[in-house]
Design a protein around this ligand. Structure first.
Ligand SMILES: Nc1ncnc2c1ncn2[C@@H]1O[C@H](COP(=O)(O)OP(=O)(O)OP(=O)(O)O)[C@@H](O)[C@H]1O
Length: 129
C-alpha cells in the first residue's frame, strides 16, 4: 500500500530520497533530544574541533579527530537502537538476556569513547605542553 509522505503513521518504503532524508534527520534529532550521553559526546566533539582549530593541527590529525567523533556518535546511535529494540521486546520486564544486550551495547560506546580519548590525548597533549 502506498502512503502519502506526510502520513505520520507510514510503515511502507520511502518513495523519494527527500522523504528518506527527512526520516533519517528525525532519527538523528530524536537521539540528540532523548539521549543525554549523545549531547555530552556532541559537546566534547565540538570542544575537540575548537581545540584543533586553536592548535592548528595538520590534515592527518584532523582525519583521526573526525574519525573519533563520528565513531563515538555512531556507537551511541547503535546503542540507542539496541536499547529501543530490547525495550520493544521485553517491555518493562526484567530479562537476563535484555541485560546482556544493553550492557554489551553500552560497552561498545565505552570502547569507542576510550578510542576517542586516546586519539585526543595523542594529538593534543604534545601540542599543549
Ligand atoms: N529489561 C531489562 N532487563 C534486565 N536488565 C535491564 C533491563 N533494562 C535495563 N536493564 C539494566 O539496566 C541498565 C540501564 O538500562 P537503561 O535502559 O537505562 O540503559 P542505559 O545504558 O542507562 O541507557 P542510556 O544509554 O539511555 O543512558 C542496563 O545497562 C541493564 O544492565
Amino acid at each position: 500500500m502506498r502512503m502519502d509522505s506526510k502520513d505520520k503513521r507510514q510503515t511502507t518504503k520511502n518513495n523519494r530520497l527527500i522523504q528518506a532524508m527527512r526520516h533519517a534527520s528525525a532519527g538523528v534529532w530524536s537521539v540528540l533530544r532523548h539521549e543525554r550521553n549523545m549531547r555530552i559526546h556532541l559537546v566534547l566533539g565540538i570542544i575537540a574541533i575548537f581545540l584543533g582549530i586553536w592548535l592548528k593541527i595538520r590534515i592527518q590529525e584532523w582525519l583521526w579527530i573526525i574519525l573519533a567523533i563520528f565513531f563515538v556518535m555512531i556507537s551511541e546511535f547503535a546503542n540507542t537502537v539496541a536499547e529501543a529494540l530490547t525495550d520493544l521486546i521485553v517491555k518493562n520486564n526484567y530479562d537476563p538476556i535484555a541485560k546482556r544486550i544493553k550492557d554489551v551495547s553500552a560497552g561498545s560506546v565505552l570502547m569507542s569513547a576510550i578510542f576517542a580519548v586516546i586519539i585526543g590525548a595523542l594529538i593534543f597533549i604534545p601540542k599543549i605542553f
